[in-house]
Structure formats: structure tokens, C-alpha cells
Write a protein that binds this ligand. Sequence first.
Ligand code: ZN
Ligand code: ZN
Length: 406
Amino acid sequence: MAASILMLIMDGVGDRAVEELDGQTPLEAAETPNLDHIAKFGENGLMDTISPGIRPGSDTGHLSLLGYDPFEVYRGRGPFEAAGAGLSLEPEDVAFRCNFATEKDGIVVDRRAGRIKERRDELAEAVQEIDIGVDFQFKETIEHRCVLVLKSGGLGGDVSDIDPHEPDSEFQEAVPLVDSEENKRTANILNDFTKKSSEVLSDHPVNEEREKEGKPPANIILPRGGGKVPELKGLKEKEGLNGAAISGIALVRGVCALAGMDLIDIEGATGGIETDTEGIVEGALTALKDHDFVLVNIKGPDIAGHDGRPHQKIDIIEKIDSALEPLRDIEDTYVAITGDHSTPVTIKDHSGDPLPLTIKGKDVRTDGVQEFHERACSRGGLHRIRGSNLLDILKDLADRTEKFGA
Ligand code: ZN
Ligand code: ZN
């Protein structure tokens, strides 16, 4: 019987030499007995998620890891956020990420409406009632975040953001980024949506109450990151894999949902540092019982990277490591452990530095690598591959490929 496949993505785990750590990377400085064990009995290498020197986003990175060409299928972040929020999308819908924000006299005074947490569903319901001449779905996600999907044919996805991105700036008018009738139509609809959402939110009881309490009202919606929903061939059709995903972040959930994977929720698993790593690993092992392929994304290392905190990155890496004990001797499954991109603490953003990669499973050719980190894995038998090669390599090991030729 063909073996199953587990891909564990430590988001943003790769790093550079950090002076504060005597030139080590956080992964090198961390105590990681389980990761080291897996590397020792695995085959190791470096991986460029997209291609050398390209700085992946989490969305384009995961697309590549699932064997899609992000340069071909990626048309903006909005559709993945909306799919991750559980909205059902059709190819050609146009989706945006949005914020609830606070506006005064045309100036956005708080892009996040005080990171509003309460009664957002009531505000979203009121926005859903407005008439902009086309069908749309609007939904709140986490805190001030929300998503908008325009469900009408004949719309373009290349329009500029309403969100000014800077505080104390005027909110912007959407304009086509590429001159076309479809994009003009989308821009007009978006401008109308912004105006009408502001009207319906301004005197909404939730906002009246907020103002009484001295909180900034959520009186405008600021869409950004618009794009058309790509038509992705599902993993079942493309790879013959019945897949599932575990992730606390909407963007990654959305990529996996659009790839036709089952999304599995784990109680206590979040997109934060405090996430329940043991629960996640347990959930992945359960999911492997009725799926050929399970992808797990753990966000923590990326957060520490963006915050520029090497010691926090070490802590979260060690916390993940301590949850990996059950993967040491797992049978009938090929386990790959890597990241979706590097997020060096010295850069505080994603970089194109290649990631360490280890693959463990029956009869893999061990290569003398004794530890799991960037430098050790660079001496492994997989050498340097691209993210889009990874699923092929795993499928081949798991006896899930057809011979090419006679
Ligand atoms: Zn990421
Ligand atoms: Zn990031």
C-alpha cells in the first residue's frame, strides 16, 4: 500500500547568522532533540520555496509547496483570505481583504478601529444589506479584519486599494491598475461600496455605543489586496491526493481550501505564539488515518522573525520541537519538515534565503547530517531543491507516482 505524506511547515523558520547568537541562526542555537533525531534518520537539504532569491509570501510559498506555479495562478491576496474565512468562492469572483476603520472628515484616523473585537457580526450584517447593484458577500474575520467578495461576472481584479495604508491619511478612491472596462466597473463598485458602508455604519447602534464608551467607531470599510479568484485544479485531480490542512492563519487556510483540501480545526491551535503545538501534531496524526496527505502550518517562528526577536524565535522552535516526539518513529508515512520562507530576525520580513529541509520515512537514504538547521542541512543528500519539487519527491518515496515513459 502506498504510504501517506505529512508536510510540516514551520512558517518563516529560516534565518541568517545572528550576531547576538554568536553568528548562529535561531534554529542552530535552539535545543531541538526531536528535529535532530528526524534529520539524523532522514535525508536532508536546502529548499528555495519558489526559486533562488525570490522572497515568497506565505500564500505564494504554500502554492509552490502544493505544486502550483504562483507566477501563473497568483492574482492577489484577497481571494485566499476570503477562502480562508470560509466563504465559498467561484472562479472569476473578485475578493478583497478589508479592515473596519475609523474615519473623520475623509481622514482615516485609525486603520483598525481600535482593533475592534465586539459585535462585529452586527456591523457586518448591516454592511451586507447595502445595495451596490451586484451580489456580494461581506464577512468579519479576526478583530478589525474582514473580507469582501464581489460575486458578479464581468469584473476585473486589478484595482487600487481604498485603504491608504498610512494613518491620518485620506481614504483613497479605487482606480483601475490596468486599463479595462472590467477593472473600471470594479473600481466604481468598490467606491460605491465604501461610500455606502460608511453611511450605514456611521449611525449604527454599535458605533453609537462605542463612541459613548470613548472607543473609535468602526465607521468605514477599507478594502485592499483585490484579485480575481484563481481556478486551481484540486490536489485530488492534480496529484491524486486526498489532502487535509491544519493552520491557524486565514491566508494558508485559503490556499489549501482553494486546492480542495479539507480544513481541520484543532481546539487551542491558533496563528499565534501560544498555539497548542502538541494538539496540532496529534490532530495531524489523526488526519493521516483518512487522508493521503496532510499539511500542517505553525505560524510562530514567522511572528518572532517579523518582530526581530531571536530568543523568542528560539523559544517557539523549541516548543514546536518538543511536540514532535510522536514523529520520531512514525510508520507508513513520509514526513517532510521545512518552512514556507525564511523570516530573518535581522530583516524583520521574509527573505529569499533557502530553508532547511528534512524527509524521514522508510528506506530514505540517510546522509550523515546529525542536526536540523540551515548549515547542517546544506550538507545533506537532497542538496538544493525547489519547493515545487517537494511534493513530487514525497509522492515518489511514498510510491504514489506513475512511471514517465516505458
Ligand atoms: Zn509564511
Ligand atoms: Zn510573515
